[in-house]
Design a protein around this ligand. Structure first.
Ligand SMILES: Nc1ncnc2c1ncn2[C@@H]1O[C@H](COP(=O)(O)OP(=O)(O)OP(=O)(O)O)[C@@H](O)[C@H]1O
Ligand SMILES: [Mg+2]
Length: 310
């Protein structure tokens, strides 16, 4: 999937994985892209990744190729992983075997099965992405990986599903321990579930121990109200937020319109500072123009990382 790249000889623990979390439209992609630019320009071989169906990451880097896997600078790659790539990951991990179990109950084609799985388990793509990033980190191809939109809710719950399923199936061991996953396979359903469980546990550990979560918000009622929920959701799974970015802050209101908007933002900015006193909070100003292209992203990066390291 990736072109052959130089392998950098560096301490694996140095590699940074940063995931951006936040409600829709608050500036996650903008901050992720600027962070990738910052990391790449400080010398780290960097990958900016997205699984977003709407191709905003390529748009922001002004990539026009169809490939969705492009080098922006010699040290910065961008990759938009579509459904096809995610299905490939599913295949590689254990698609066929799970399918064969399923097919022993219901006669469906493999394609139909994949469609069913990805619609029944909407976080599945993200789960494979977590695994993909974890593996990529082990391969040390990149020193920094920035994921545009981090998994929440469904994906995190999904990562705990195999363990739960196994627990349930263990209640009927006589059936499930004997049920083979296919005519040629010696694996039982329970074996496959255990394999999935192990994979999910590894991915969860990776999210807990190796990933820096950055939360993005804007100084508006709904976004601020939702912050607490996102925090507690991450907290429930033992995931730590390293930093909070408050985007679209009006810094120099020089019109009646902006003064009014700025006044409205104040209580929300105060509330954020009060509530998240222990977290580094960075305010990113509202730009008077669209943020896309290298020059603009460098400008955002400078504002985001002039005080705090990533
Ligand atoms: N500080 C800013 N000043 C001006 N415009 C901004 C700023 N931050 C983001 N934008 C613009 O706001 C829009 C939404 O930003 P972005 O796509 O980064 O949000 P997102 O959280 O990734 O959205 P989604 O949840 O839809 O993926 C974009 O058009 C972007 O250019
Ligand atoms: Mg986005």
């Amino acid at each position: 999937m990736f072109q052959a790249k130089l392998k950098y000889n560096h301490d694996m623990n140095d590699s940074k994985i940063i995931m951006f979390v936040g409600k829709g439209g608050v500036g996650k992609t903008t901050c992720a892209a600027a962070t990738a630019v910052h990391l790449a320009s400080s010398g780290a071989r960097t990958l900016a990744l997205t699984t977003d169906a709407a191709p905003s990451l390529c748009h922001i880097f002004e990539i026009t190729e169809d490939s969705k896997n492009a080098a922006v600078t010699p040290s910065l790659d961008v990759n938009e992983l579509g459904e096809a790539a995610i299905r490939q990951m599913w295949d590689r991990k254990f698609g066929r075997e799970v399918y064969e179990v399923f097919n022993s109950f219901v006669a469906v084609s493999y394609e139909e099965f994949l469609e069913f799985m990805t619609s029944v388990l909407p976080g599945l793509g993200d789960e494979f992405m977590v695994d993909y990033i974890r593996e990529m980190r082990l391969n040390s191809e990149y020193q920094a990986i920035v994921w545009d939109t981090a998994p929440l809710g469904q994906t995190l719950a999904l990562l705990e599903t195999p363990a739960m399923l196994e627990k349930h199936l263990r209640l009927a061991p006589r059936i499930y321990s004997k049920l083979r996953s296919g005519k040629q396979s010696r694996e039982t359903v329970l074996d496959i579930l255990r394999r999935w469980e192990k994979l999910s546990a590894q991915d969860m550990d990776f999210l807990r121990n190796d990933v820096n979560f950055v939360l993005v918000t804007i100084p508006e009622a709904l976004a601020v109200a939702q912050l607490e929920g996102i925090f507690s959701e991450l907290d429930r799974y033992g995931l730590k937020v390293r930093r909070l970015i408050v985007n679209n802050v009006i810094k120099e209101p020089d019109s009646a319109f902006l003064r009014s908007k700025s006044e409205q933002q104040k209580p929300y900015l105060d509330a954020i500072q009060d509530k998240f006193i222990r977290l580094p909070v960075t305010e990113l100003p509202l730009f008077p123009c669209e943020i896309k292209g290298m020059a603009k992203l460098q400008e955002v990066a400078k504002l985001l990382y002039r005080q705090a390291a990533i």
